[in-house]
Structures are given as structure tokens and as C-alpha cells.
Design a protein around this ligand. Sequence first.
Ligand SMILES: Nc1ncnc2c1ncn2[C@@H]1O[C@H](COP(=O)(O)OP(=O)(O)OP(=O)(O)O)[C@@H](O)[C@H]1O
Ligand SMILES: [Mg+2]
Length: 356
Amino acid sequence: MDQKALVGIAEIAELAGVSKQAVSNWRIRYDDFPRPFQNLQSGPVWEREKIESWVKSFRGQETHVISFINLKGGVGKTTTAVAVAEMLAQEHRKHVLLIDLDPQTNATVTLISEDQWAELDANGRTVAQLFEDRINPHATPRFDIEKAIVRGVSTIADGISRLDLLPSSIRLIDLQDRIPMIALSGNFTANPLEILRTALQPVLDRYDYVIIDCPPSLGTVTKNGLRISTGYVIPTIPDIVSTWGIYQIVDNVQRFAQDIERAIPAIGIVATKVQSNNLHRRVIEDLRARRLGKFSEGGPLEQPPLFANTISQAVAVARGADVEAELRTFKAKYGAAEADLRSLTQEIKAKCEAKR
Ligand SMILES: Nc1ncnc2c1ncn2[C@@H]1O[C@H](COP(=O)(O)OP(=O)(O)OP(=O)(O)O)[C@@H](O)[C@H]1O
Ligand SMILES: [Mg+2]
């Protein structure tokens, strides 16, 4: 772990812009006020990161960071993540950053053209460059968060002004296995799980929502996303094979959350590419009753709830994934799944913004 930044009551009062007395009151009144990291002779001290996030959530100003995760490929992670990001920005007027952590770059190339991507990639303006800089600590760093973020992306409305993108690159494929080893390459101070968090620190406050499209794995890159996530969503096709790994995801994320001493709740499971057949109906029933596979065996883990809104299989969606198709409305881009995606966005937003 990196050295923790610690703060006392006076500093908490200063960073929250309130009196020391108010901070003392918060400690008494709110059970979820962070516990002190240590009690020094001069008084208790807290980890700055935990205090900052508590103050933000107390004021309802918290940036909601949501990872879309499944170990299975092709289940609609990218489609759902992109649509939710677009709708939060365009219809709910939220400031949204979409982070593409998948070397397949599917989210990136549905939001910007391949030409634009090629130019950004050549200039080191992707998350791959961010990780590469840490892998080669002796080379001059090239990644600059302000330059890497593409503003006003998507074909919807010729660009959604509140929607920004941190693009991915296929170069991440060669890099990802080397990221856990960065401490061995002479970079002893960089924690491989903190790379994204450190890079985003100067910009995170600008956004109401950060949506992270994860690769189908729980490797170091996905963990960099989870490190900053306030919750995660599991998109799944409601069939046996696609739901198989959900227990493993929940188990792994929970253990990771314990390691970093911060809760990362599962906001919910979303059934995607839903067809009207018996198998899908049965699996959705099990998910709704929260008795999916291994979860039902009375073990320590609870199945995350299924979102009330499911996303139906729609022909238009596959076509809409192509940025060159220049689809300017949600109807054209998502066809029969448009209304489902809109309701899901509302549901995610309501869950995130539910008052304490
Ligand atoms: N509701 C839907 N109706 C029809 N097709 C869909 C729907 N959602 C996704 N698809 C299509 O299914 C394919 C996989 O979707 P998507 O890329 O979103 O999945 P993914 O889980 O992100 O995949 P990967 O693991 O490869 O990143 C794509 O061709 C996409 O257009
Ligand atoms: Mg994807």
C-alpha cells in the first residue's frame, strides 16, 4: 500500500468547510462516519480518502463510479454500459465519463470513429499509455489525463456535450500481463492497483457518474477499475452458461473490497439480450427470486438483486454499435431495446442516488 494521507479533526473541518464542532457532531450522529485510522496523543487521525468520500456522499455530491463486469464475453456489457452513459448524460443532464478498460476497444469505437481513435492511440492518449508509463518508469511519461479525455462523444445528437470518453487501445493486450510486475521493473513506489485512481484524481470531481466498461476478466486492469468503483453492475444473458460465473464475480469483488477496506456493493444484475423462450424465462425467475445456482445453497454470499428492467434482444443494437452508421437518436441506435435501456438507466440512477 502507498503511504496513507492522514487528517485530524481540524483538517477535516477545513476540507469540509465546517467547524470542528460540526465534525464532532457528525462522529456522534452518523454510524457510518469512518473510524479513526489511529489514535495519536494529539487526537484521532483518519485516512483522507475515506473522509473525503464520506463528506461527498453525505452531501449527495458523490461521484458514482460504476463498473460493468462479467467474466463471460458477449453478454452485453459494452452495449449496456455505453447506453446507460449516453442516457445519463443526454436525458438526465449528468456529467458522465466513460472509461474503456477493454483492449477490444468496443466502447471506444462506438463513441468515436476509428480514424479519431488511431490518431489518439498514436499520440499515447489512451489508458494503454497510462499503464505503459508505469511499466517503463525510466522512459519519459507520455500520458496526460486532460489530453486523453475526449469530450462530447457519441453519434447521438451529433455528440453528447456532457459525455466524455477515456479511450482504450489494443496495445493493452500486450501490457496487461506486465502490470502486476511493475514493482519488479524498478518502480517500487507505484502500486499496480492504484494506477487508474492516481491518474483520475484531478478530474474525478467533475463528473456525476463514471461508467467503466471492463474486459471479461478479473485481472489487474479490471481491479484498477474496481479500486475506484462505488458499485458494480453485472450484465448477463439469462442462460446457464452466461450466469455461471456470477458467483465467482461476487466472491472475488467482495474479497478485493475487503483487501482495500472499502465496500463495493453489487448494484444489481441486468438480464440482457432477453428472448421469449422457456430457458430465459426460467433463469430470469431464479434471478428475480435471488436463488441463482450456488447462491441458493445457503452459503455466505447473497445473490445481488435482478434489476426490474430487462433488456430485450433487438436487431437494431448490433447495427447501432457501428459509429460509422451515424445513428443520431436513441431510437435509431437501440431500436426495440431503447425503452428497456432507458428504464434501466432510471433504475440505476435511482439506486445510486437513494438518500441515506
Ligand atoms: N439487447 C441486444 N440485442 C441484440 N444484440 C445485442 C444486445 N446487446 C448486445 N448485443 C450484441 O451482442 C454482441 C455482444 O455485445 P457486447 O459487445 O455489448 O457484449 P460484451 O459483454 O461487452 O462483450 P465482450 O465480452 O466481448 O466485451 C454485440 O454484437 C452487440 O451488438
Ligand atoms: Mg465489451
